[in-house]
Write a protein that binds this ligand. Sequence first.
Ligand code: TRP
Length: 348
Amino acid sequence: MNSDIILTGDRPTGRLHLGHYVGSLKRRVELQNSGKYKKIYIMIADAQALTDNADNINKVRSNISEVALDYLACGLNPEKSTIFVQSQIPQLCELSFYYMNLVTVSRLQRNPTVKNEIQMRGFKQSIPVGFFTYPISQAADITAFKANIVPVGEDQLPMIEQTREIVRSFNQIYAPVLVEPKAVLPENETCSRLPGLDGANKMSKSLGNCIYLSDSADEIKKKIQSMFTDPTHLRVEDPGHTENNPVFIYLDAFCRDEHFKEFWPEYDNLGELKAHYQRGGLGDSKVKKFLNEILQAELRPIREKREALQGDVPAIFEMLKKGSENAREVAANTLHEVKKAMGIDYFG
Ligand code: TRP
């Protein structure tokens, strides 16, 4: 075991989908099961979700157990990882309050993720202050647990950079109590930014282009059949493009050589399949059928596990409660050190 501490999390604004799965969930489970890490914290970021859902608490509330079910179904194990709910750790607010003094408005305005999200949400001049400052609260999430490793998708890199700056500035002004984290991205670029079924955008629930971990076998099949492919590949004989073709992007993310042996022995590997598609003479429906076999095999065990667990939601909340108690203790220790470093521990 090493001394690394991992923290990561998700906003509970919907069930988790294939983009979350390849972009981070799968990796988290591998890291967890490697047994190499000192501590692993997985946070359901409900308070962050509220920063742009203040009038939509039911959405956030109801998705807490959905996300927890997705976690457990994918193999996160509360015996090995501390799974907790952000709003139940009040120390995070206190830390954010002090970190706010270390960040300028212009620095937040330049944060590319915040900029992009403000645009996507159409906030214009009406940006909720909580939303605008969520990178600071995210720094509190990470530093409260002294996490040095944060496995995330590439859109989160500016958040980690912002956290690192806060840590450096805190440690320099007060005392070196905080740990500078580093982001860990999925190994493969495709997985870092899986496109949606439309191929045009990242997979995202707001765009309705997702395959969910909880989708039925039938839903998955229908969604794959409806996927965009190469628009210039009109007839089977036509040469096709595999680049920017979402069906092939998904194959890049999921297909392994064994899948050919099992489902399509005419080819040995993805290279051969792509070459045939590019030459022409290979229809999209055959490729989609293959992709369907692969995704069904990958998602079936997850769905079955989820179905078995979802009958007992109180047990899910009990697990989250225990995890949150555990997390609160760790965050309280860090807060104590932070206040001491700042000299605001007036009464001992
Ligand atoms: N911002 C992350 C997302 O939208 C969720 C999140 C909140 C997070 N706090 C975090 C991720 C801390 C990593 C570390 O997915």
